[in-house]
Write a protein that binds this ligand. Structure first.
Ligand SMILES: Cc1ncc(COP(=O)(O)O)c(C=O)c1O
Length: 475
């Protein structure tokens, strides 16, 4: 498998020999027992879930790498913050703490809390997208794409071509291709492009970062065409870390300085705070433009709640304000990125086809190499996840053709450029030893890979089908 990997390995400056890329920078004060279900139980659970690991109860999972969203462990300070919740309907002090944190870390003046990332997308997209509009971006996340299509718009992927090669070792595989972007701008013009979206790091593209240089170029180009740029910033802090350690001249800046420089490239930000603000629920829209804030705030009230709570309790706003700082802490980020990289390196050493370099929040396995005998229409990533669960009670998630959905015009499956399984690492939850167990689990599936069959759909919901679809083993 080694020949798959192209170019020398990226060495992140300042990560080498840094203690926090090998050791947790926290102590454990409270534990949650986890249980290993027996093989018979696992078989029954999978069967009852229609072979879709999304539908397995959490209590039957040993190590849950389904998502890093809302699954992080809050700190003692965040838990203390919960006790300081001001549950005033309008004007809760926790809202002002959040607003101040966003202004301080990101520099956006206006902040509209929302219950989570897709709540923010719903409000923003309903306000800005009209029938026939296009939204260019770098491999839009599934909820982003689904919301765009729900508003009768279309997402156009302008990611650099190299991102489609899982083994090219490049520092910023989340970057947008400016030529592709400009072609879209020329073809549709600002009348049909309400905004461009940059997802950093890029979840559906392997958790790969976007460089500051690229963001600046996107902003400059978009300004020339009069098109606002929106940061899908769920993992904005992890992206800042990559900028610091990989981009020339950036190592001397603090994380907050980098975050401010990054945010300056954007007019709007949608945030799922369940990732880099390390809360179990929360999100927001932020912008520097009063007119954009005015256009979203009424829909915010309609869909989410009054402008100072947005579907959240005061205590959630407080935890989010504190978490924004913790998620941007330099030592925490060294640990976080080092922890994810540890899993990637252990798998790669054992010859596993791992998307390279490792992403910020997850390790992605290339199913085209792992299960080449299963066609995209039979969802190799789903078959892998089923076997990983059967072998080890570890839960991963398909990021491939099932997630990609069907083409709204032809009704056919949209085969994914990259057919992946994501092993997503929750923040501050699992130890390095847990990751060693995951490596063993993947190797067990690898040994059996030739006998693994694909899936046939038996039940397919019309939108976001991957969450609740059911399957049978293909003949
Ligand atoms: C890049 C990105 N954007 C938006 C979202 C949606 O956020 P939420 O799950 O909070 O609705 C996610 C969730 O995983 C994401 O990864």
């Amino acid at each position: 498998m080694a020949e798959l990997f192209i170019k020398s390995e990226i060495i992140d400056r300042s990560m080498e020999e840094d203690i926090f890329s090998e050791v947790e920078p926290f102590r454990i004060k409270m534990v949650e027992p986890i249980r290993m279900p027996s093989r018979e139980e696992r078989e029954k659970c999978l069967d009852e879930a229609g072979l879709n690991v999304f539908l397995i109860k959490g209590k039957n999972i040993f190590i849950d790498l389904l998502t890093d969203s809302g699954t992080g462990a809050m700190s003692d300070r965040q838990w203390a913050g919960l006790m300081m919740g001001d549950e005033t309907y309008a004007g809760s002090r926790n809202f002002y703490n959040l607003e101040e944190a966003v202004q301080d870390i990101l520099g956006f003046k206006y902040v509209l809390p929302c219950h989570q990332g897709r709540g923010a997308e719903n409000v923003l997209h309903t306000s800005l997208i009209k029938d026939g509009d296009v939204i260019p971006g770098n491999t839009h996340f599934d909820t982003t794409k689904a919301h765009i299509e729900h508003k009768k718009g279309r997402a156009i992927d302008c990611t650099i071509d190299e991102a489609a090669d899982p083994y090219i070792d490049l520092p910023f595989k989340g970057n947008l291709d400016l030529k592709k972007l400009e072609e879209v701008y020329k073809e549709y013009g600002k009348e049909h492009i309400p905004f461009t979206v940059v997802t950093a790091t890029c979840n559906s593209g392997g958790g790969q970062p976007v460089s500051l240089q690229n963001m600046r170029a996107v902003k400059e180009l978009s300004d020339r065409y009069g098109i606002p740029v929106c940061l899908d910033g769920a993992r904005y802090a992890e992206n800042c870390h990559f900028i610091k350690v990989r981009e020339t001249g950036m190592e001397k800046h603090s994380m907050k300085e980098i975050s401010r420089m990054q945010a300056e490239c954007f007019d709007i930000m949608t945030m799922s705070a369940k990732k880099d603000a390390i809360v179990n629920i929360g999100g927001f829209i932020a912008t520097r433009h009063e007119e954009i804030y005015d256009s979203v705030k009424n829909l915010g009230i309609l869909f989410e709640g009054f402008v100072t709570y947005g579907g959240l309790a005061g205590r959630d706003l407080e935890a989010m304000a504190i978490g924004l700082y913790e998620g941007l802490d330099e030592d925490y980020l060294k640990y976080r990125i080092g922890h994810v990289r540890y899993l990637g390196e252990r798998l790669k050493e054992r010859g596993m086809p791992v998307l390279w370099p490792p992403g910020g929040h997850a390790i992605y396995l290339d199913m085209k190499e792992f299960l080449p005998h299963i066609s995209p229409d039979q969802f190799p990533g789903m078959a892998f996840c089923a076997h990983l669960y059967l072998e080890s009670a570890v839960r991963g998630v398909e990021i491939g053709t099932l997630l990609n959905g069907r083409d709204p015009d032809t009704g056919k499956n949209r085969p994914a450029k990259l057919e992946l399984v994501r092993l997503t690492i929750p923040r501050r939850v699992y130890t390095f030893k847990h990751l060693d167990y995951v490596v063993k689990a993947v190797l067990k599936v690898w040994e059996k890979r030739e006998q693994i069959k694909g899936f046939d759909l038996t039940d397919e919901p019309p939108v976001l089908r991957h969450f609740t679809a059911k399957f049978k083993w293909a003949e």
